[in-house]
Design a binder for this molecule. Structure first.
Ligand code: ZN
Length: 625
């Protein structure tokens, strides 16, 4: 059965979303540092911490977290001139940032959620070093909301405001290196109830929430600033949490592929039961591969490793069965082996291959007493890793006999998923005693206009066409557009500049990211006020992008971009017309378009095209015929 034929209602699909979005506030959540990302090379100093959760805390930590804490021990942090002692945990956190709380309340209104009378900051333990304190501060600001989708209401369970974790830079020999620039950026987390019933509805709900968030005009944009997790299960399957869906466009594929995985795994379990299948004990089969041509196995053996194999009785043909596009039951076994440090597994459904010969496969089957109905999986690595990995394979294969395991999975770029770790238990929270509770007042914030409403208003009020209106409303310059238009700049000029002109400059490799909101607002005001001709805007923006330290006024002066007066325009036009006197006499207005280009060249773009064109018409008329 192909997944296109699935009846999701019949299968009992239940899904929920958890969406994390960074806020674009001036300051971090618990200190006055800017919410600015830095390059690791800009770090001013580094320091090292060893995080050891206390025994009482460890008692509350679930298996997944505990497993994580065993892997990485030493944490190194990069600090900047834009981070302070709060990020380093050498100074207590300040009060909750007011702006972040206001934006969160706006989001609560858009989600039709009820804001709590009193918001308490809590600590959630993290042991992976992504926070210098060993916990993440989080607070539940609102709950009991709802959004509408084409397939019905999706309830919102809660809206949290929390601190973003430090950015993982790289693995080091002893542990992990983190960057403190991201630590403490305000992050909202929106969790829906498991009300979603189809892959399309999951995407619809995620898009709706994304639109609501962007309607505030105060969310960060770009890769990694929004992260989506999806919880998926089907009636006979199991709850699976899929982490880190990067793009909204992937959400329906992710859900579709997870349903398919669970359906296929259930089908495999049925088949295995019908075959009375079982999983054997691992055996050392190093002998079989002593003269192997397989690079992977040979490499492991030559550096002192060994090979262990397990007989999967009755599994023949099923280990290689596809359960997601290009992923098999064997891939699941392999993911578990990888979790314990192995490079992966080989199994007989895919052998002989990878340098493993048919003779070796026969000898392997013999070594573990496998019949033709059985499959054999093997791991080759250093002896310690091999043992852990093969045990993990045995455990996962045993689960395949009866059920879909509950687990946390990671989203792959192609819409498939991979095993990450066991499902975490409910995180235990502790009160953060360093930060006083907040009593938010939702009446102090206004409900933001929805982007969908903005698109309509831009068309009606500003006479923008629907395409441009949508580009502006959904684009990153929406807040700036509203600001400059409120200051009196012509909406068509502002929209065209912020969308088309900047896009063209970017294509032309101009460093548009260097342009600040102030640059753009000032440049637009100069053009709108007639101090710089429209034709000079392009050069002005180029000059500012090349030297962002300049103000717009300075750039105009430096580049000599100021407009020329009516007299100079007339003078230039007359020069051109006289130079082409013969042509003007014979062709009359027919000479217009050729001469127009020449006039603009003469004026070096320093005059408005409309003005030049009307002067040119006058001059031609006077001389023609
Ligand atoms: Zn700080």
């Amino acid at each position: 059965m192909s997944d296109a034929d699935y009846d999701y209602e019949d299968l009992g699909l239940v899904a929920g979303l958890e969406i994390h979005q960074q806020l674009d506030t001036a300051h971090k959540l618990f200190c006055p540092c800017p919410t600015e990302l830095r390059e690791p090379e800009a770090a001013q100093r580094t320091f090292t911490r060893y995080l050891h959760p206390t025994k009482s805390e460890l008692g509350e930590i679930d298996e997944a977290a505990l497993e994580e804490s065993m892997v990485d021990r030493e944490f190194e942090y990069l600090a900047y001139d834009t981070t302070c002692l709060v990020e380093e945990d050498d100074e207590p956190p300040h009060r909750v940032d007011r702006e972040a709380m206001d934006v969160t309340m706006e989001i609560a209104q858009l989600l039709d959620a009820t804001v709590a009378d009193q918001v308490h900051v809590m600590r959630k333990i993290v042991v992976d070093g992504s926070n210098t304190t060993g916990f993440q501060r989080t607070m539940r600001v609102a709950g009991d909301g709802a959004i509408e989708t084409d397939e019905g209401t999706v309830r919102i369970e809660d809206l949290m405001l929390e601190e973003e974790s430090a950015q993982r830079v790289e693995e080091t020999d002893a542990g992990v290196r983190y960057s403190l620039d991201r630590l403490g950026i305000p992050l909202v987390e929106i969790g829906t109830k498991p009300d979603i019933r189809s892959p399309e509805q999951a995407r619809d709900a995620a898009e709706r929430i994304g639109m609501l968030l962007r309607s505030t005009g105060q969310v960060k944009r770009g890769l990694g600033t929004i992260r989506q997790d999806v919880n998926v299960s089907i009636a006979e399957g199991a709850r699976v949490e899929i982490k880190g869906v990067q793009s909204l466009d992937d959400i329906d594929d992710i859900v579709r592929n997870e349903v398919r995985r669970q359906v296929e795994l259930l089908d495999i379990a049925d088949e295995l039961q019908a075959r009375d299948a079982s999983v054997g004990d691992p055996r050392d089969v190093t002998e079989v591969f002593e003269d192997t041509d397989s690079g992977v196995i040979g490499g492991a053996l030559s550096s002192g490793g060994n090979v262990m194999a397990v007989r999967l009785e009755g599994f023949d043909g099923l280990v290689g069965r596809e359960i997601q596009p290009d992923r098999r039951l064997g891939t699941e076994l392999s993911d578990h082996a990888k979790r314990h440090g192995a490079g992966g597994i080989f199994h007989t459904d895919e052998l002989p291959a990878y340098g493993v010969t048919e003779e070796e496969v026969d000898a392997l089957r013999e070594a573990v007493d496998a019949s033709p109905e059985d499959a054999v999986a093997l791991v080759a690595d250093d002896p310690e890793t091999t043992e852990l990995a093969v045990d993990a394979v045995v455990e996962r294969a045993a689960d395949a006999l009866e059920l879909v395991p509950e687990e946390t999975r990671g989203a792959n770029e192609d819409g498939t998923t991979r095993y990450l770790r066991p499902l975490p238990g409910a995180a235990r929270m502790y009160p953060e005693t360093d930060v006083p509770p907040v009593e938010p007042d939702p009446t102090e914030v206004d409900q933001p206009e929805l982007l969908t409403e903005k698109v309509e208003r831009y068309q009606a009020e500003y006479d923008l066409d629907s395409g441009l209106a949508e580009q502006v409303a959904y684009g990153e310059y929406m807040p700036l557009f509203e600001e400059v238009v409120a200051d009196g700049v012509d909406p068509t000029l502002a929209a065209g500049t912020l969308e088309s002109t900047l896009t063209e400059l970017r294509r032309d490799d101009v460093a548009v990211e260097n342009l600040t909101d102030e640059h753009l607002a000032d440049a637009l005001a100069l053009v709108d006020g007639g101090e710089v001709p429209r034709e000079g805007l392009d050069d002005l923006l180029r000059a500012l992008a090349a030297d962002p330290a300049l103000t717009a006024e300075q750039a105009v002066e430096q580049q000599d971009l100021g407009g020329v007066g009516a007299e100079e325009v007339r003078e230039a036009v007359v020069t051109v017309v006289e130079r082409n006197a013969e042509q003007v006499e014979t062709e009359g207005m027919g000479a217009f378009s050729g001469l127009m280009g020449e006039c603009m060249g003469e004026l070096r773009g320093k005059a408005d095209g409309d003005t030049v064109s009307s002067v040119l018409r006058e001059e031609i008329q006077e001389r023609a015929g």
